[in-house]
Design a protein around this ligand. Sequence first.
Ligand code: HEM
Ligand SMILES: [Ca+2]
Length: 793
Amino acid sequence: SQFENSAAAAFSARQNRNDFEGDQQTSESVSPAPTGTTTASTATSGLLKKCLPCTGVKCVPQIQCPAHVRMESHEKPQICDLPAGKFGYCCQTGQNHTVPRSVSRERRTDFPSFLSPDVLDEARRNFEHLMHGVAQIPVRRGLPDFSHGIVFHSTAKEDLHNFALSNNALEQVFTTQLFSKKEQVPVDDIITNNVPVKFTKTPLAQHCQAPVICRNIRSVYRSHDGTCNNPLPARSHWGAAGQPLERMLPPAYEDGIWNPRVHSTDGTPLLGARKISRILLADIDRPHPKYNLLVMQFGQVLAHDVSQTSTVRLEDGDLVQCCSPGGKVALNPQQSHFACMPISVDPDDEFYSAFGVRCLNLVRLSLVPNPDCQLGYGKQMSKVTHFLDASPVYGSSQEAARELRSFRGGRLRMLNDFGRDLLPLTSDKKSCPSEEAGKSCFKSGDGRTNQIISLITLQILFAREHNRVADILSQINPSASDERIFQEARRIVIAEVQHITYNEFLPIIIGPQQMKRFRLVPQHQGYAHDYSPDINPAITNEFSGAAYRMGHSSVDGKFHIRGEHGHIDEVINIPDVMFNPSRMRKREFYDDMLRTLYSQPMQQIDSSITQGLSRFLFRGDNPFGLDLAAINIQRGRDQGLRTYNDYLELMGARKLKTFDQFPSEIGQKLARVYRTPDDIDLWVGGLLEKAVDGGVVGVTFAEIIADQFARFKHGDRYFYEYDAAINPGAFSPNQLQEIRKATMARLICDNADRLTLQAVPLAAFVRADHPGNQMIGCDDPNLPDMNLNAWRL
Ligand code: HEM
Ligand SMILES: [Ca+2]
C-alpha cells in the first residue's frame, strides 16, 4: 500500500536515544509521526499529511496491536492518525499478540492431536513426586520472608481455594512440558497458543475452570468478584478474581512453557538479580520538584485494587523456603521445592556480606488452569478483581464483603478507637507477622493493608468515605434498606476512585500525550461511549511485573512527620512501619500521616531505589531485610517477561544495538551486568528512561500503563462515565455531574479527624509549595463538594 513506505520511514525516523535519564536534549519521541513519503517536516505536526481513516476497525497505538511484531513487513497494518498528532495502526488483531492462523507461518502438524495415556501417567507420577518428594521447609514467623508471604495473602478460605487451583494448573503445565519434550513441539507454537491438544476427555479436564453462569446480566451493581461484567456469556469471567494475567507479548521462558529465562541471548548465564540491583539501582535522594508522596501512596492503593498475584505453597498451605537458615546458602536442587527461584548474593556484596547472607528467598508465582482447557504455557493468577473497582475497600468476593459489612445503615464495620473510626482488627493470624496482643493488624478488603502504615492511612480514608456517603444516603432515604444503601454507597465510592484516578492521578504518571492517544481523558459533560466487549480488562504481566512497579522508585526511605506548625516531630524509617500498625492508635497519627503524604515530596521515578526497600524490606526485628529491586527483577523472569528491547519494538521504536546509546555512566554500568542490550530486564530498562513530557515515567512504562488503564476503562461495562445503553447501573446526568466534582483534596478533608489537619493543597497530589498550587481550608466553599441530594432513591 501507499502507506508502507511512510510507515517504514517513520519507524526509522524514530528515537535518537533521547529518552534516557541524564540526557539533556529535549525532543518529542513518543512515537514517530507519519512523514508521508518525502518531507523533513516531522517536527511540526501542522504540516503533516493525514493518513486514511481505518475502515471497520479502530485506530490504536502500536502497543495495543501487539500482533504487528510478528507480522512480515507486507502484512503490517495500515497506519492511521491518533489524537495528539501521533500515528497508530488500523488494528485487525486487537489485543491478541499472535498473528491469526491464516497469515502465520506453517505450523508443525505431525505431532499427535491428543494426550496418550502414557504421557498422562508419566506426568502424573512426576507431579506426585514433585509435590511430595521434596523437603517441606516452611518459613518461620518473624523473618522478612514471612512478611513477604503476607503480601500474597487474602483470606484463609480464598487461599485454600487458590492453592488447589494452582496445583491443578501446575499439573497441566508439567504435562505440557512432558508432551512438548517427547514430541519436540517448537517453542514458537507453544508461546503463540498454537498447540491445539485438549485436556478434555483426560483426567486433567476436571481441572479446567467451569464457565461462569450469570443469573442477571443486567444487574445494577457490579458483582464483588468481577464476574458478569462482560455481557457475552463466553466472557463472563473476564476481569474476575482468580483469572489469569494477560500478556502483551508471548512469554520468554527457556522452554516456552514455564522454565524461567536463565541465559543471555549469547548463551551465557544471565547475571543475578541482586547484582543488577546493587550495581545499577543505587539509593540517591532525588525529591520530585512537583509531586508529593500521596502520588506514591495512592498509586500503591491502585496497584492493590487491580492486581494481587500469589506464590506456590507447600502441601499444607505453608510458605516455601528456598534458602538455608539465615540465608547462608540456597538449598540444593534435590532438597528444594520445585517452585524455588531464590536470588543469589555474591560474597563481595557490600551489604549482605556482613551478615554472611548468600541467598534471598523467592518462590514462583502460582498459576491458573489453562482457560482454553488445552496444552499451553503457565498463566499467572490474580486473586483480586482486575477492574478498578475499589476492591481493597470491599474485598474481591461476596464472602469477603460480608465479613467487612456491619449490615446496619449500609455501613462497613469499623473499630471505634476513642471516637475515631479505624479499620476493624483482624483475627487472621496469617495476615499479621506478630501474634502479640496489642500489635494486631487491621482488616480490610485487601490482605496487604498492613504492609506500610501510610497504606493503612488511605485504606482507613476510603472506608470512612464509604460510611460518610452511606450515612448521608440514609438520611436522604430513610426507608431504604441496608443492602440498597450499601450498594449505592459502594457504587459512588468506586466512581470517585475512578474519577480521581483518570482525572487527577493518571495524567501525573503518564503525561497528557498518552492520556489523549489512549483516549483516557475524562469528559466534562455527558456520557462516554467507548466501551467495547472485545477489550479484555485483565492485568497484563508487563504491567504488574514491571511497568507499574515504577512506584517502588517513588518511595522515600523516611517519613518526616511534621507538627501542625511545620517543624519536624519525628523521622520514621519506613521498615519500622512495615507490618507494624501500632502507631495508628496514637490519636493524632492519622491526620499527621495525611499531612506528611501531601507535604513531603515523592522521590523521582528513576534508577534510584531507597535502601528501605532494597536492603531492609520487611526487616522487622532482623538486622537485614529483603531487596525489593532484586525481587522485581527476579519476578519479571518468573513471569516470563520479555526483555526491554522487545517492548521498544512493540511500541514502534528501534531496538538498542549498543550500550553507548545510553549516557556513558549508565552504559558502563549496564555493560557490567548484561552481555548485550538484548538482555536488559524490562523493569530495569524502563526505569533508566527519562520521563515523558508532563509525566513521571519514561515512554515504555507510560505506554504499558496507558494500555492497562485503557483496558480498565474501555473494557469495564460498569465504568462510571457510561450511559444506560452500556452500563445497567449508569448514573443519571445529574449524578454524573456530582461525581465529576470529586477530588482527592475533598476526600482528605471529608475523612480527616480534623485534629491537626484543617487544610489541604487544592491539587492534592502536587506539593503545596509548587507555584500555582495553594492550601485551601477544609471548610472553604471553594473546595468542590459532591451534593448527594442527587441520590434520592
Ligand atoms: C510503600 C512501599 C511499598 C512496598 C514495601 C512494596 C512492596 C511490594 C512487595 C513486597 C511486592 C511483592 C513483590 C514480589 O514478590 O513480586 C510488591 C508488588 C507490587 N508493587 Fe509494591 N510496594 C510498595 C509500594 C508500591 C507502589 C507505590 C506501587 C505503585 C505505584 C507498587 C506497585 C506494585 C505492584 C504493581 C506489584 C505487583 C503486585 C502483584 O501483581 O502481585 N508498590 N510491592
Ligand atoms: Ca479491583
